[in-house]
Ligand binder design. Structure first.
Ligand SMILES: C[S@@+](CC[C@H](N)C(=O)[O-])C[C@H]1O[C@@H](n2cnc3c(N)ncnc32)[C@H](O)[C@@H]1O
Length: 201
């Protein structure tokens, strides 16, 4: 079972488990970003995505239940000279702000089905009108590959799950398939993912 303590353990030490560079799919969305947008990176771990969003001039917040991860996120932000707000919270218990964010980055956050439903509903509520949700997560086709992702298949995402949990959002991009990951020691090689860009009306 995934716990905050297990993630604290993984994040202890100097290495960045998923690298210091942002997720490539998120970076490809740069043309959709405007300075001053309010951004939330959920399950942001060591902060690579929140820090990159801050570097693009966004007002960025990283939330994660690992205090160790977010300590490293703040250190990374300080090294890069950008402001980053951080919040240590369990996504299933957090009081998600209402209609607050113009962009939510949900990158490789895999939760058990009940928790996933709670967190996805929270993210939906937290999107401001016109707000974007950018997601990349592993799919069931990833089973057996060693390029990353949870061992428990119940935690995996799919295109159908994205459509179900985020019904009502406009689909700008929604693709399932193989990509090559090169993100720190934990995400290396060919991987099966779902990638989505969704917009609240
Ligand atoms: C695979 S890591 C991805 C980290 C980051 N999004 C990235 O791409 O570098 C998954 C992250 O989700 C966080 N996480 C998992 N379950 C969580 C929960 N219930 N509440 C808050 N964070 C959670 C973990 O602590 C971890 O940092």
């Amino acid at each position: 079972m995934s716990t905050s303590l297990a993630w604290d353990e993984r994040y202890t030490g100097g290495d960045f488990q998923f690298g210091e560079a942002p997720n490539v799919f998120l970076m490809e969305q740069a043309h959709r970003l405007r300075r001053g947008m309010r951004a939330l990176a959920v399950g942001d771990g060591e902060g690579r995505n929140g820090v990159w969003l801050a570097e693009q001039g966004l007002d960025a917040t990283s939330v994660d239940w690992s205090a160790v991860g977010l300590d490293k996120a703040r250190a990374l932000a300080a090294r890069r000279g950008v402001p980053l707000a951080t919040e240590v919270a369990d996504l299933t218990r957090w009081t998600w702000p209402e209609a607050r964010f113009d962009l939510i980055a949900w990158i490789f956050v895999h939760l058990p089905p009940e928790d996933r439903a709670i967190a996805a509903a929270g993210a939906l509520r937290a999107l401001a009108p016109g707000g974007l949700l950018v997601m990349e997560c592993f799919t069931p086709a990833q089973e057996g590959r060693r390029s990353g992702g949870p061992k428990d298949p119940a935690l995996l995402w799919s295109r159908a799950l994205v459509e179900r949990h985020f019904a009502g959002l406009e689909v700008l991009e929604l693709l399932e398939g193989a990509v090559r990951l090169d993100e720190g020691p934990r995400h290396q090689g060919l991987a099966e993912v779902v990638r989505a860009v969704l917009r609240r009306a």
